[in-house]
Design a protein around this ligand. Structure first.
Ligand code: PLP
Length: 422
């Protein structure tokens, strides 16, 4: 049977799907010997965080099972969780939002998909107004969001060197101004994979563009404020007529339970509520009760400030030190300077380096990383991709310390092999 054009679009083997298959292979123990998985966006198992969610979930099970799990509920989210979100954000940021500004969904991946489907695609003249990723590289999961061929456009960044082994990207605001078609903008902040936080000037340019083009700017705070708070710059989320903010509980310890929510203007949030009603009815409710309790008691803040944030800060410092020790000074490698997130983004600026070759070689050494190209969008044969994007790799910091250390060692060996065999 034939797939429709949308079917073909949605059944492509995207970068995210191959990462999920890598994770499954490790889970199944593929072959013999220890696999090192420095690939996934899974949060670490921090014992205090796991214990807290276990307890909160058990309390929800004991006290709310019947009303949560044995009946359908509202598509916006349970009124208790929506009210808890409203109170939490009003108290934390001095906002005055109401329930009409909030929608709970089954994960922020789904909320991004909903927003992309609502705000991008063919306009009344049949011209595709795409999803614009204004700050590449960005989360590989965004590439599967567009239902329309050509429905996703990514803007290449400017590269700003910062000394011998460090660099960062900046938003190319001229390229943003030149982008003629646009249905919505989306970016993660701090970014997966680089860990960089949007600067105030860049945010201003994005918001002005959203206003001028009258499209939503969706800011995905998966790693940011207020939780899991894996970010050093405390940039509060913004309330604006053209901004939708996405928050998820995944990186705060609950990736398997699929709970996230969006906050934005009622006229943008309302169609998202209808989309959830039409597609999923609503998000799982037992965990909404657990999350509600974590917000009401502010236990989520304790988990963030006392456990999650310090954990990743220490892990990042450790990885930086190990990379400096394992990679030769004479090699042109640079680490993206990080403001947060759960990854290291490394560029190896040599003709002999290719991200897929490194990926295959490391796989033979029983280790997974994510090739840099997965964080860019098609076309993948631009000069920027050839000379930079395909010379990058992402390492996850969420596996155990020994695995990060061993993984960086294997990476050093693999780079040496690629260099010698070039
Ligand atoms: N946004 C970013 C930036 C991510 O890195 C991820 C997962 O890795 C997601 C969204 C997916 O989040 P969720 O589990 O809430 O769907």
């Amino acid at each position: 049977m034939q797939l429709s054009s949308r079917g073909r679009q949605m059944s492509r083997l995207s970068g995210i799907r191959s990462i999920m298959e890598d994770i499954a292979a490790v889970g199944n123990g593929a072959g013999s010997g220890e696999w090192l998985n420095l690939s996934p966006g899974n949060p670490s198992h921090i014992p205090e965080v796991v214990a807290a969610w276990h307890r909160l979930t058990r309390e929800a099970l004991d006290e709310r099972f019947v009303e949560s799990s044995t009946r359908y509920g509202p598509s916006r989210g349970t009124s208790e969780l929506v009210e808890a979100v409203v109170d939490y954000f009003n108290l934390t940021y001095g906002w005055s939002i109401g329930p009409e500004n909030v929608v709970v969904g089954p994960g922020s991946q789904m909320l991004s998909f909903i927003a992309t489907t609502l705000f991008t695609g063919p306009d009344t003249d049949g011209v595709v107004q795409p999803l614009v990723l204004p700050r590449l590289p960005d989360y590989t999961g965004y590439q599967g969001l567009g239902l329309d061929p050509g429905g996703i456009v990514g803007l290449e960044p400017l590269i700003v060197p910062e000394g011998r082994h460090s660099f960062h990207y900046a938003v190319d605001t001229d390229a943003l101004a030149r982008q003629s078609r646009m249905g919505m903008m989306l970016l993660s902040n701090p970014a997966n994979p680089t860990g960089s936080s949007i600067e105030a000037g860049e945010l201003k340019a994005l918001i002005e563009t959203a206003e001028r083009r009258d499209v939503p700017l969706v800011l995905d705070h998966a790693y940011g404020e207020p939780f899991p708070g894996v970010v050093q710059t405390r940039l509060a989320p913004v309330l604006h007529s053209h901004v939708i903010n996405l928050f998820t509980l995944s990186k705060a310890g609950l990736p398997g339970e699929r709970i996230a929510f969006a906050i934005g203007p009622a006229e943008l949030v309302d169609p998202m509520v209808s989309f959830i009603a039409n597609s999923a009815l609503h998000a799982p409710q037992l965990l909404q009760a657990a999350v509600e309790r974590s917000l009401r008691t502010r236990e989520i803040d304790t988990l963030t400030t006392q456990h999650i944030k310090p954990y990743y800060k220490a892990k990042r410092a450790m990885a930086e030190e190990l990379l400096t020790g394992a990679l030769p000074d004479s090699m042109d490698w640079r680490l993206h300077s990080s403001d947060g997130g759960m990854f290291c983004w490394l560029s190896i600026d040599h003709d002999w380096f290719d991200d897929l070759e490194l990926y295959q070689l490391l796989k033979r050494k029983r280790m997974f990383v994510v090739p840099g190209r997965h964080f860019f969008v098609e076309p993948l044969d631009t000069p920027f991709l050839r000379t930079h994007g395909k010379r990058c790799v992402r390492l996850s910091l969420s596996c155990d310390e020994w695995a990060v250390a061993e993984g960086i060692d294997r990476l050093g060996e693999a780079l040496e092999e690629l260099r010698v065999n070039a």
